[in-house]
Design a protein around this ligand. Structure first.
Ligand code: HEC
Length: 392
């Protein structure tokens, strides 16, 4: 018996013409089954470890775009607009803008995918709606929630959802573009209790607010928000009423607007003028001249509109009725406004002292009437508006 051959010796022994024994055959099988996998594993490991380093990541502009495109929603949707939308709008308008949000609403929120904005599709019109909301609907105002750049971004985002189409309208439809519009003509009745007003006036602002007046005594009739007016009297000029298209947000009362010494005082129409985005209506009452303008506005998150009356001349002793369909009840003061309730609406007055059921105009100065349509006691209280009439 010589020395035991080292493992795998028989592989070499075979080539030396030495006789094959049972033992050498078994040893060969063991050798192939054990040693070969170990050697293979070593070769694979060495290949991985000794592999040359990959080239360093280059920040070529092309590489940067293709990388960020993965985490950004889409190149044409600005990140901030989408973020603002998802956080503030999606619960009502739906994550995709289809109008199906998670919030249960008594009237549906708009689907942006169909286009056809009824409150105007210009950047300015949509910005106004987002800032101040739509009176009498669940659409809240975001003026106190979103900053100017957030509002701008979400407006662009909403506009980008809609198909590119010109604003809907036909030949007879008058549209308020980037200038206010004033139209005179016959006004339809506001309801079954009302009559046609042959000499009417409608003043439409760029923000989609349109106020109708009787020209005879310059009496404010109704405020609408939305598209402007369709003319039906092209042929027989003045023979058929104008058709105001916006949604009514506020009715005036039936009582005379101005009073002196317990008697109503009729106002005289002096004319209208437009300056920038606003149109004003001028009227004479007694010794005073009043120039009035209106604009979409809001208080806290409550949407509405404001009428600003610029009083010159002398309005001493002149009282003004609260413009409300139902008799207005005084609620109290907060945030610099005297608040009144008229039916479903809350009306704030600034610049005119309360005098019984009415307010006394200042001899000269500025009076503001802020109308917040369809605000119940709970929403009014949440906005800091007194809800109970003071006992005094
Ligand atoms: C509490 C629910 C609610 C939230 C939150 C909300 N909306 Fe609305 N929105 C509505 C409803 C309801 C309408 C439709 C009002 C109507 O005409 O009856 C609407 C209408 C609109 C319109 C007018 C569409 C037209 O026809 O012209 C715009 C624009 C709009 N919303 C944008 C937004 C944006 C932007 C946000 C987020 C910053 C937002 N909304 C958040 C409920 C909501």
């Amino acid at each position: 018996m010589g020395t035991e051959p080292p493992i795998c010796y028989p592989l070499f022994a075979m080539s030396n013409n030495q006789p094959m024994t049972i033992k050498s055959i078994v040893t060969n099988i063991v050798c192939v089954l054990i040693i070969a996998p170990v050697v293979t594993a070593l070769i694979v490991w060495a290949a991985m470890v000794l592999r040359p380093d990959p080239p360093p990541q280059t920040m070529s502009p092309h590489a940067a775009t293709s990388h960020t495109a993965v985490i950004r929603p889409a190149p044409h949707m600005p990140v901030s607009g989408r973020t603002v939308y998802m956080a503030n709008c999606a619960r009502c308008h739906g994550a995709t803008g289809d109008g199906n949000g998670t919030e249960i609403l008594d009237r549906p929120a708009r689907s942006f995918l169909a286009g056809g904005f009824s409150f105007g599709n210009t950047t300015e019109a949509i910005r106004r709606v987002v800032q101040h909301g739509i009176a009498g609907t669940p659409m809240p105002g975001f003026a106190g929630v979103l900053g100017a750049s957030q509002t701008g971004a979400v407006v662009k985002y909403v506009q980008a959802m809609a198909p590119v189409a010109p604003p809907v309208g036909d030949e007879a439809e008058m549209v308020v573009g980037d200038h206010p519009r004033v139209i005179r003509g016959m006004l339809p009745p506001r309801g079954p209790w009302d009559e046609v007003q042959p000499r009417g006036l409608i003043v439409g602002g760029t923000d989609g607010l349109a106020l109708s007046y009787d020209v005879d005594d310059v009496r404010f009739r109704v405020a609408r928000q939305g598209p402007f007016v369709r003319r039906t009297d092209w042929e027989d000029r003045g023979g058929t009423p104008l058709q105001p298209l916006g949604r009514v947000i506020h009715f005036a009362g039936v009582t005379a607007p101005f009073w002196k010494g317990g008697e109503p005082v009729a106002a005289d129409f002096l004319g209208t003028s437009t300056q920038g985005e606003r149109a004003s209506v001028r009227l004479a009452v007694g010794e005073a001249v009043i120039a009035e303008q209106a604009a979409i506005d809001s208080h806290k998150s409550l949407p509405g509109y404001v009428r600003t009356l610029n009083v010159t001349g002398d309005a001493s002793g002149l009282l003004m009725s609260i413009p409300s369909f139902e008799e207005a009840v005084f609620l109290g003061d907060s945030d610099g406004w005297n608040w009144w309730r008229g039916g479903d609406d809350v009306i704030g007055v600034q610049g005119a002292e309360r005098s019984g059921e009415r307010v006394a105009l200042p001899p000269t100065g500025t009076v503001k009437l802020l109308v917040l349509p369809s605000v119940d006691a709970e929403r009014a209280a949440a906005a800091g508006i007194p809800t109970k009439a003071p006992t005094s």
